[in-house]
Write a protein that binds this ligand. Structure first.
Ligand SMILES: [Zn+2]
Length: 106
């Protein structure tokens, strides 16, 4: 991996304020429900290693850049995902489980 080129790409990404670059609400919502998996953590055991992340950091590595058009979208995704997991997902699953089990003990 070209260290310098990677640095430049992440710098451009971080400062991107081009209003023409956007992501639809639909794809954001879909990702927030499915969950977006970044590259796995570096591990000697599994051989996983992300050179891009090592140079650019967790918030601007190649996998993130390929999915989210700008850091704002990535931040929004994290908020939506968190909200979904804490509230929407939990509430829905509890409702379904309650319907199957037939009682309301939480
Ligand atoms: Zn990566």
């Amino acid at each position: 991996m070209d260290h310098q080129a990677e640095k430049e790409l992440s710098t451009i990404y971080r400062s991107n304020e081009d209003p023409d670059i956007y992501m639809t609400i639909d794809s954001l919502v879909t990702l927030a429900i499915k969950g977006f998996a970044t590259c796995p953590d570096d591990s000697l055991k599994t051989g996983d290693y992300c050179a891009s992340r090592k140079i650019s950091g967790y918030d601007a590595c190649e996998c993130i850049r390929n999915t989210f058009p700008s850091p704002e979208y990535y931040e929004l995704y994290l908020r939506l995902r968190n909200y979904y997991l804490q509230n929407v997902g939990r509430t829905l699953l509890a409702k379904i489980a309650g319907e199957v089990i037939g009682e309301n003990n939480e």
